[in-house]
Design a protein around this ligand. Structure first.
Ligand code: ADP
Ligand code: TYD
Length: 206
């Protein structure tokens, strides 16, 4: 059996990643593709436990260095227990966030720690998606969308709009650095229009 494709969605909080990951999974499913939809931080029982430590509580609860260790630990478990077995069985895996989030949130926006992020990634993750969509969105509008949800998981949203501006720039830099894998998608449109742009690229790269 040939391994499945690994597709990720990235972007600032409230940009519409989860919505687009769901829409792509549903669309591929109706085409008969065997799809696994997953998310980070989380996606395996152990990683979901680590998620709670990360997304709840005061913004200063963890330093950026500690966050890198926790996100990477969660990712390793997610990769071992969920992503790699699914890809090996031929499933297309769609993940709402993956390693690019650590590169941008911890590696660029919260501190200049990109070297530590890359060293840990190379040592214990060493896997890139086949295709990544960065949903681009004005931080003010995205923040209003995200906070309107009142999920109780707003530790990063609570860091404010200027932090989200840094993140947006970080994601754009990432797309510019890896244009073959990463695609910048305008998220300030109706969900179905955004989904069509995504589906066109998925089809073109099949
Ligand atoms: P993220 O996963 O990036 O945080 P979500 O997909 O959860 O974003 O969307 C955040 C909020 O915005 C949700 O309430 C969702 O229903 C809404 N939303 C998502 N996409 C759009 C869109 N294209 N236009 C308007 N609202 C949207
Ligand atoms: P998520 O649930 O995707 O939040 P949202 O739906 O609001 O976008 O992720 C939770 C938070 O964790 C989010 O603010 C981004 C942050 N995060 C990092 O800082 N580094 C990482 O490596 C990952 C995966 C997420």
């Amino acid at each position: 059996m040939s391994p499945g494709r690994f597709i990720t969605f990235e972007g600032i909080d409230g940009s519409g990643k989860s919505t687009q990951a769901r829409l792509l999974a549903a669309s591929l499913d109706t085409q008969g593709v065997d799809v696994l939809l997953t998310r980070e931080p989380g996606g395996s029982p152990g990683a979901e436990e680590i998620r709670r430590l990360l997304v709840e509580g005061a913004p200063e609860r963890w330093s950026p260095e500690t966050e890198i260790l926790l996100f990477t630990a969660a990712r390793r478990d997610h990769l071992e227990k969920t992503i790699l077995p699914a890809l090996a069985s031929g499933k297309t895996v769609i993940s709402d966030r993956f390693a690019d989030s650590t590169r941008v949130y911890q590696g660029a926006a919260r501190g200049a720690l990109r070297t530590l992020v890359d060293t840990l990634h190379d040592a214990v993750i060493a896997r890139e998606p086949d295709l990544t969509f960065v949903i681009d969105m004005d931080p003010g509008a995205a923040l209003r969308r995200g906070l309107a949800r009142k999920s109780g998981e707003d530790r990063f949203e609570d860091m404010g709009e200027s932090f989200q501006e840094k993140l947006r720039a970080g994601f754009k830099d990432l797309v510019a650095a890896q244009p073959d894998r990463c695609h910048l998608i305008d998220g300030a449109r109706a969900p179905d229009d955004v989904a069509r742009s995504v589906a066109d690229i998925v089809r073109a790269q099949a």
